[in-house]
Design a protein around this ligand. Sequence first.
Ligand SMILES: Cc1cc2nc3c(=O)[nH]c(=O)nc-3n(C[C@H](O)[C@H](O)[C@H](O)COP(=O)(O)O)c2cc1C
Length: 187
Amino acid sequence: MDVLEAIQTRRAVRDYLDRPVGASTVNSLLQAAVQAPSAMNRQPWRFAVIQDAARLKRYSDRAKELLLADPKLDQKTRVYRDLLSAKEFNIFYNASTLVAVCVEERGPFSDADAWLAAENLMLTACDAGLGTCCIGFALGVLNMPEVREELRIPASGAAIAPIIVGYPKAIPPAPPREDPRVLAWLT
Ligand SMILES: Cc1cc2nc3c(=O)[nH]c(=O)nc-3n(C[C@H](O)[C@H](O)[C@H](O)COP(=O)(O)O)c2cc1C
């Protein structure tokens, strides 16, 4: 699969087979992630890999509580209130693996660096026949003090880009994309 094909076929996968992702596969995704560009080549990314279903379920349950209790829930998240309230809903869609792309130290460009690494990881996973999905819903729980401690995220850092990885049961159709809206093209 070439890069363009991976870009075009990658989808947010929310339905997974009950099949683990092996350590060598996860390592190959991390190797791809660290090839991303980073500001001043600082490579601030660090990775927490979670493949323990019980722990993921605990994090999911806590994330749902946090999101539902947050008075600053934005309008979009509010739309998901019913989903988040459903006992059986797992914010990680029962994927076998969560890779939390973290940063060692937060700086003006560190979040961008982490997301660029995350995109490399997702495109490489797509090439390997794996599904992925960014899980913004997980940011609150992953950055709770006790969870940061479990994931060994340093005090100066943060979890930035939570990405689930697994073997897809179903790949959804591509949501429509708007054509690029060019604000300016000055020649
Ligand atoms: C920063 C970010 C956070 C996201 N958070 C979630 C999430 O919490 N749960 C979810 O199901 N999808 C989440 N998504 C996936 C988007 O909904 C998905 O990428 C978008 O609908 C476009 O679909 P596609 O990725 O298949 O092109 C997130 C995507 C991004 C980039």
